[in-house]
Design a protein. Structure first.
Length: 358
């Protein structure tokens, strides 16, 4: 079942207009499309933003409906991970025949710009996958949306594409959902991390990274592991009230530029202790970047057999300690920063302690 890439990520949010302003200002996303009362949509308002190949849809309900219930239960968060496919009908038939729970039956929507075919299935928690077939469509986004443009146009911060999206599931469910992606969607297990790989003195988690055949889609699946204190995965599950998308990793070609811009615009990142950089050269060898510059911005480095990567993590971008972002620049590395896990988790634990949730 070929998947061509991530089509878009849709968030259910309490105030889409204000959320759109945040993503424009802080992350540098650009206006793309709008749907709401003015376009004939009566139950919701949606703003679509784009940067590079990343499309975000921010949706707010206009009355008491299923979206309102989702927000009441989870707060702002990812509802739809839409996947770009050649044939939305075939994707549906294949996945449902292998055991997926249907969400949206195959159908098509038309306007003067062509036809888009949709279908969808449920995945972990209340999250869903939509299959989007848009090869016969030339509109701004999807039928029902119109071009959105205002005078406020912040510049981009250099974000290019979705590198991976991490799902948090309940204790004992990691193998169930990795099996789902393997058997239902034809993914394979790229790498597995156990509680010895991802642990500190106090907390631990386990993770399996599932990917599709061309490697364009990578879904790490995390579950909490037993530790002396409450792990970041358990904190997420408690505040999100169930499984969901924990973080979105977005790629850049110049992480120093991206992070310097995002910090200036108010995005908060996890603190990396200065002592972390004392051993970086011993651990990762020669890199092109100035280590002092990386230390200044709190950017971490790790190496695998293919090359190295640079990464940094935001603090949660909402009041509930749930969704956050990873900014990543790959210099050949295909891995996920295993050498940074210890420092990263200690930083997360420090934030949990401040929140009283550790």
């Amino acid at each position: 079942m070929p998947i061509l890439g991530t089509d878009y990520v849709e968030f259910y949010v309490g105030n889409a207009k204000q959320s759109a302003h945040y993503y424009k200002t802080a992350f540098g996303f650009q206006e793309l499309a709008y749907a709401g009362l003015e376009t004939g949509v009566r139950d919701r308002t949606s703003y679509v933003l784009q940067q590079g190949k990343i499309r975000l849809v921010l949706t707010t309900p206009l009355n008491n409906d299923a979206i309102s219930e989702h927000l009441k239960k989870h707060g702002d968060g990812v509802k739809v991970i839409a996947l770009w496919v050649n044939d939305a009908y075939d994707a549906y038939e294949q996945t449902v025949s292998r055991g997926a729970k249907p969400y949206v039956e195959p159908h098509e929507v038309k306007d003067e710009n062509g036809v888009v075919r949709f279908s969808g299935i449920h995945t972990y928690g209340d999250t869903v996958h939509l299959f989007i077939e848009r090869k016969n469509y030339n509109g701004v986004f999807l039928p029902g949306y119109e071009k959105w443009q205002t005078e406020y146009q912040p510049t981009p911060t250099g974000l290019k594409y979705v590198d991976h999206m991490v799902g948090n599931v309940s204790l004992g469910e990691m193998n169930l959902w990795s099996k789902f992606y393997g058997e239902v969607m034809g993914f394979y297990n790229l790498v597995t991390f156990d509680d010895k790989d991802i642990s500190t003195e106090y907390t631990a988690l386990m993770s399996k990274v599932m990917t599709n055949g061309n490697g364009y889609i990578k879904f790490p699946i995390n579950e909490p592991a037993k530790g002396l204190k409450n792990s970041q995965v358990q904190e997420y599950l408690d505040f999100y009230n169930g499984p969901g998308c924990q973080h979105i990793a977005v790629a850049t070609d110049d992480i120093v530029f991206t992070i310097s811009e995002m910090r200036k615009r108010g995005v908060e990142f996890l603190y990396v202790p200065g002592t972390y950089y004392d051993t970086v050269r011993d651990r990762v060898g020669i890199i092109e970047e100035d280590l002092n510059e990386l230390k200044k911005w709190g950017i971490m480095v790790d190496r695998d057999e293919e090359g190295y990567l640079l990464q940094i993590f935001t603090k949660p971008v909402e009041d509930r300690p749930t969704l956050f972002y990873e900014i990543i620049q790959r210099k050949g590395a295909k891995s996920f920063g295993k050498g940074n896990f210890q420092a990263l988790f200690e930083s997360i634990e420090a934030e949990q302690a401040r929140r009283g949730t550790l």
